[in-house]
Design a protein around this ligand. Structure first.
Ligand SMILES: [Zn+2]
Length: 289
């Protein structure tokens, strides 16, 4: 009898506990489920015909955008323009500055037939040279734009074949193949032009990606000023961020592709008159050593 009673009591306790757990799980599930569609419905806007790379991932608001989950790498480096101080250990030695008093503007993710020509025309108007970190597949699709970039005196930087933010987590052989494929696409357009810079998509540097880039004769290039123009905050905000954060030696991260970049183009028109009087702007040299 005693044994039966205690067994029954134990069974009753187990039942109560199980019911309680199931109820909690149900309540929790109900609380979570309604958020999902909203979370996916907000965030970055994408236009259907764009190659949208969701490039630089914001560190200060990692849960505010769906793209934050696309990479688990050290993507926060430099997102707020403080890469040198806050995240230097995650850059694996990638350059964040020009190493001299000059200012370098860098344009990522292109070339793009809508925005790259506008950027080139604006730079030409102010006689400013810059550096274009191009994506291999876009270079392959638009060799004429690669040639136009070089013809205007700008320099090139490898930005991977398909803007793979997780490239640094792949094998050294895979990384090497990606970077070489990208260089081959660039060289198909401009055979003689040196490619001595590599910028990891998302700033998601790893030791292997830095090592492979260096083995291939490319210097890892990060940045020090990031107006988050890839989020299309508007020309005014982009211009204000750049104008207030630049200092001698800054490398400024901008985008001429990967989404609606009209804000970046318009911001460039606003800031170049000021920047070109305050600083000497340079295309990053192709002989960095
Ligand atoms: Zn990019």
């Amino acid at each position: 009898m005693i044994r039966v009673n205690s067994t029954a009591r134990a069974a009753a306790i187990v039942t109560v506990v199980v019911v309680a757990l199931l109820s909690s799980a149900y309540v929790l599930g109900r609380a979570l489920v309604p958020d999902e569609p909203r979370r996916h419905a907000t965030g970055i806007t994408t236009s259907g015909d764009d190659p949208h790379y969701a490039d630089q991932l914001p560190s200060d608001e990692p849960s505010s955008t769906p793209s934050a989950s696309r990479s688990a790498g050290p993507t926060e480096a430099g997102q707020d323009g403080s890469g040198r101080d806050a995240s230097g250990d995650k850059l694996f030695g990638a350059h964040t500055g020009t190493g001299n008093a000059r200012l370098a503007l860098t344009f990522d993710d292109g070339p793009d037939p809508r925005y790259t020509p506008q950027v080139l025309a604006t730079l030409r108007e102010y006689d400013v040279k810059a550096t274009f970190c191009v994506v291999g597949e876009n270079a392959q699709d638009h060799p004429d734009l690669i040639q136009a970039i070089v013809a205007d005196g700008h320099t090139l930087c490898n930005h991977s074949w398909h803007h793979d933010v997780s490239l640094g987590n792949r094998s050294a052989d895979q990384i090497r193949a990606d970077l070489l494929r990208t260089n081959a696409a660039i060289r198909a357009a401009v055979p003689e032009v040196p490619i001595v810079w590599y910028r990891q998509p998302g700033g998601a540097w790893t030791y292997p990606v830095v090592s492979v880039a260096q083995q291939l004769g490319m210097t890892p290039l990060h940045w020090s000023v990031d107006p988050s123009d890839w989020q299309a905050p508007g020309a005014g905000k982009i211009a204000a961020t750049v104008a207030t954060q630049v200092e001698p030696g800054s490398v400024v991260l901008l985008h001429d592709a990967g989404g609606d970049r009209q804000g970046t183009v318009d911001a460039l028109r606003r800031i170049l008159p000021d920047l070109s009087t305050r600083f000497e702007l340079e295309a990053l040299p192709t002989d960095p050593t």
